[in-house]
Design a protein around this ligand. Structure first.
Ligand code: ATP
Length: 260
């Protein structure tokens, strides 16, 4: 990574606890424009919690999260007013959650869900918004004729792709993806991964990708961190970590994939 480029997102010395349960310990990471950082780890290791901290939905008990506000200015998420934070979350940053039903407006049409962030960015032409929504449905492999259906009429995999269209359409400067392709069948998964890869290549989007799947990490990400028990036990270039993991847990993880 070129040293003079400023990270879009930086987390330093992060601790987080749910009540008495300490979930993250001393996490440090940087996310640069135009790169994908994979966050890998066992179930319960704190990956989703880390994304919620990076998005500003949770406050760390110690440490700082700083992010680019989309205008080249760095801000400390803890110091933003609630309204400023919401505005940035709606227009400049995006979080795709593991449970699509938590993020989608289930009573509204698929089209309305997709254009919401474009409206927050100031787009007002109904014809343009509808055309964009149809285009994005097609890009995530959903029939554009389903634009007026509500998400309640969609399958689980379709909800996931609808959520992806909803966040990608706005080309956020910081994109946080929580297991975006888990549960999709292989051909759709390949199409979705290809779509994300092309968008990252054609923009300066900075992407943090939580995944269980080291294959997905290898396909999409340049760098990787591995979490165990809320601690970063390994960090480095994906190829390097996969070829020569240093920590015993990373060695186990990599070996388990290779022997499948
Ligand atoms: N709202 C909550 N209240 C209390 N504890 C929570 C809450 N959400 C998560 N936890 C706990 O925090 C820890 C980390 O959870 P998290 O969802 O971040 O893990 P994860 O690595 O994303 O897991 P998975 O891969 O299964 O999604 C777990 O022990 C979990 O039980």
């Amino acid at each position: 990574m070129t040293p003079q480029i400023e990270p879009s997102l930086r987390a330093q010395d992060l601790d987080f606890a749910f009540g008495q349960r300490k979930v993250l310990h001393d996490v440090h990471l940087e996310l640069y424009p135009g790169e994908v950082l994979a966050i890998v780890g066992e179930s319960g290791s704190g990956k989703s919690t880390l994304l919620r901290l990076l998005h500003g939905d949770l406050r760390p008990s110690r440490g700082v999260v700083e992010a680019d506000d989309g205008h080249g200015r760095r801000c400390d998420l803890a110091e933003l007013r609630q309204q400023e934070l919401r505005q940035l979350q709606r227009s400049r940053w995006a979080l795709m959650t593991q449970n699509s039903r938590d993020s989608l407006r289930m009573q509204h049409s698929a089209g309305a869900n997709i254009i919401e962030r474009r409206l927050a960015q100031g787009e007002r032409s109904y014809a343009r918004l509808r055309a964009e929504a149809k285009d994005w449905l097609a890009r995530v492999e959903i029939d554009p004729d389903r634009i007026d259906d509500t998400p309640q009429q969609f399958s689980g995999g379709m909800l996931q792709r609808l959520q992806l269209a909803r966040v990608l359409i706005s080309r956020p400067s910081i994109l946080l993806l929580d297991e975006p392709t888990s549960g999709l069948d292989l051909s759709v998964q390949a199409a979705v991964l290809d779509l994300i890869r092309k968008l990252v290549q054609s923009s300066a989007m900075a992407v943090a990708l939580v995944t269980h799947d080291l294959g997905v990490a290898r396909l999409l990400a340049q760098r990787l961190i591995i979490l165990q028990g809320g601690r970063v036990v390994e960090a480095g270039l994906v190829d390097q970590v996969l070829e020569d993991p240093q920590h015993p847990y990373s060695q186990l993880l990599v070996a388990s994939v290779l022997t499948l």
